[in-house]
Design a protein around this ligand. Structure first.
Ligand SMILES: Cc1ncc(COP(=O)(O)O)c(C=O)c1O
Length: 461
């Protein structure tokens, strides 16, 4: 192995890169596989070398049976399984942790989002500007109200809806904005709220992936009329299934409460036959007591875990920033913390001498780093569920033939930065991974380093 290469590798493993980052960045692409006479450890796993990360990663979600088992047992033995004290306790704690007045739990994030839209004054004929880097669950509620989703492109460096693109999409019919804090990184809520205020628009934040993410010390999900969360099993606050809506608007909260419990008056108690007068058209999407117990147990650790994920992510981002082939996703100005539900990067094929993203993913996976390409190239505004909705009587009544022409709809809503992102995103999607040690993070950096140093061989192997 050449001396240069030895010193560069050990430096990456053992110390900070701030002062010399630019110098290293210049060095990286000049080191080609041909220059390297690798020791075993420097041989990429995909070419037969040892994995950079050998020990595997902890599983997710996690359950501390000793500490939490008795709590679960107590609620099961109480025979009080439907919504009661534990659900209320969970709601109070989640509201307090996020610094907001009200929290209402639901069966999942999809229904939290739908309920949030159902209880806002949005009607057929209205338009809601949505972030397209997401999937169907984000937008069902907009469609239940008969409104038209309009898609504003994302910023390819942050993956979040681009406020400038939102502005371009505003018409006299615009009534709402649906930002999605995708991958758990914050969308630019201060700018979005400014636009919403100027145009008198509702804002429902899809914070389903973004527990405790922050903008200048303020949690995401607390900027708009509502912030919706998912506690599905892969999330950083996992329950298996579960959801919540945060709001500071007390009147709106009472409507949401009634909606989630058969339309009974707000505060009505589960299972009480004496209060069966429904006051609004509603649903039944209550969280159960045993779900709340799981959530309360997870909540004991979430702040400490959130801090560790952010420390690890900063460390990783700094170390990876010297590699021209991978650019860690950035925060918009003001963004301070992410949930790191998914640690995201942007792949640059040129920075890796033409190595395809697919081959890079294979090589990094072989090193023991769980990485994927994220959502497939199937933009939400082209998906059949929307086309089906456009064929419904209600849509035909409120929208012109031209508006419902699906080919024209797809063209109008085309988002080039989204398409680019489908082809360049890298997702490290493992909430347990970001709770690893510094040396685990070094292993990820070393894995990338090995690939960078052996591009030519990996391409032809
Ligand atoms: C961005 C986003 N929106 C909505 C949802 C829906 O949440 P749930 O799966 O809890 O219904 C999810 C969860 O997967 C999500 O990631």
């Amino acid at each position: 192995m050449k001396k240069d290469n030895v010193s560069r590798r050990s430096f990456l493993q053992s110390s900070g890169l701030t002062a010399v980052g630019a110098v290293l960045a210049a060095q990286v692409p000049s080191v080609s596989a041909q220059d390297v006479a690798p020791t075993d450890a420097a041989v990429p796993a995909i070419l037969g070398g040892p994995k950079a990360h050998k020990s595997g990663w902890k599983g997710w979600p996690q359950w501390d049976a000793e500490a939490w088992g008795p709590k679960m047992d107590a609620v099961m033995k109480s025979r009080n399984w439907s919504r009661s004290g534990k659900v209320s306790e969970f709601e109070k704690k989640w509201a307090d942790m996020n610094g907001v007045k009200h929290c209402l739990t639901t069966v999942n994030g999809t229904n939290a989002l739908s309920a949030a839209w159902m209880q806002l004054d949005i009607r057929p004929g209205d338009e809601v500007i949505c972030s397209p880097y997401t999937f169907s669950a984000s937008v069902f509620g907009v469609l239940y109200k008969g409104a038209m989703p309009v898609w504003a492109d994302i910023d390819p460096m942050t993956f979040q809806i681009d406020p400038e693109k939102i502005k371009e999409k505003i018409t006299p019919r615009t009534k709402g904005i649906l930002p999605v804090h995708i991958c758990g990184y914050p969308s630019d809520m201060p700018t979005i709220m400014k636009i919403a205020k100027e145009h008198n628009l509702f804002v429902v934040e899809d914070a389903c992936q973004a527990h405790l993410a922050e903008i200048d010390g303020k949690k995401v999900g607390t900027f708009g009329n509502a912030g919706c969360f998912s506690f599905q099993g892969s999330k950083t606050l996992p329950i298996g299934e579960g959801g919540a809506i945060l709001t500071n608007d007390t009147d709106y909260y009472h409507h949401l409460y009634s909606y989630h419990n058969f339309g009974y008056a707000s505060g009505s108690v589960a299972g009480q036959i004496s209060s069966i007068t429904a006051v609004i058209l509603a649903n039944k999407i209550r969280m159960a007591e045993y779900q709340a117990v799981i959530g309360l147990c997870q909540m004991e650790k979430i702040e400490e875990q959130h801090k560790l994920r952010n420390e690890n992510a900063s460390y990783l981002t700094e170390k990876l920033s010297v590699y021209p082939g991978v650019t860690p996703v950035k925060f918009h100005k003001g963004g301070t913390q992410a949930s790191y539900y998914i640690y995201s990067m942007i792949y640059n094929q040129e920075g890796l001498d033409g190595l395809s993203r697919e081959r890079f993913i294979e090589a990094l996976s072989a090193e023991g780093v769980p990485v994927g390409s994220g959502y497939p190239n199937d933009p939400i505004y082209t998906q059949p569920f929307l086309h089906e909705v456009f064929k419904s009587d209600i849509y035909k009544k409120f929208y012109s033939e031209d508006e419902l022409d699906f080919e024209k709809y797809k063209q109008r809503n085309h988002c080039p930065a989204l398409i680019k992102t489908f082809n360049t995103a890298l997702w490290i999607w493992n909430p347990a991974l970001m709770l690893g040690s510094k040396s685990d993070m070094d292993n990820i950096v070393n894995a990338v380093d090995k690939i960078h140093n052996n591009v030519a061989k990996i391409k032809t192997a």
